[in-house]
Design a binder for this molecule. Sequence first.
Ligand code: NCD
Length: 306
Amino acid sequence: MKKDLIDIRDYSMEEINELIALAGRIIKNPEAYADVCRGKKLATLFYEASTRTRLSFEAAMLDLGGSILGFSEATSSSAAKGESVADTAKTVQCFADIIAMRHPKEGAPQVAANKVNIPVINAGDGGHNHPTQTLTDLLTIHMEKGRLDTLTVGCCGDLKFGRTVHSLIAAMSRYENVRFVLISPEELVIPEHVRTEILDNHNVPYKELRSLDAAMPELDILYMTRVQRERFFNEADYVRLKDSYILAPDKLFSAKPDLAILHPLPRVNEISVAVDDDPRACYFKQVAYGKFIRMALIMKLLGVSI
Ligand code: NCD
């Protein structure tokens, strides 16, 4: 049976560990994988803006020797004429072996997955989930810290609409001794379903704070996020909340010397560029890791190996 990746919890911890291990082998010896997807095609169906996710999927497939096709905005596809996601997916499966889809509507990649018999990867659905960003984040944390357990993870910013945070919490809640510190304005706290279905359900320790300064000293990982302007109903609310947290070098005086600062990017204002030179800043390394974990994922879903 084909396997999709819609929610990070579709994969067991063992499967995630295998992907991380495969990505590690690809990083060490990329030439060995340069041809494994020869003759295979990846379709990237992006109904919403993207730089890193789409390009890293495409670079991943190209580096595996495969080919790519797709669209990068809904207006350049038949969605502009009113075609349904299901019909578009059924069309694309005539041309491609695997689909990566980003869509502003929650659940759209699942709708596509239900209709086709090629694997579908959720590349971000509305404010819901972003499982391949989470695989990227897990690989980054594993490379930086050498472990995925026994960590205090601070998530800061827009925890309500930030789909990367929802998927990261779902994934990391399964590891031993992981605690979360959730730092957000009152209006942008974590959604109730993440709180009850993931954190409470698995008895994961967490606390909620308004102040990044108060959280900083205990953090092993600081996961900064952008306020998700496109999900707000009201521009005035966005403007009021957008600069709630700005990570600048002075904020890091109280941080651990081995803190790892992650951000799924794009950043707007929430990390000052002066932080980029701090050895604890991992967000551009994180971009690079994103291609390697997507290479591993494409190989797994297409059932290819060396
Ligand atoms: C994130 C996304 O699209 O959710 N970006 C990404 O894929 N790296 C984060 C964001 O847009 O804020």
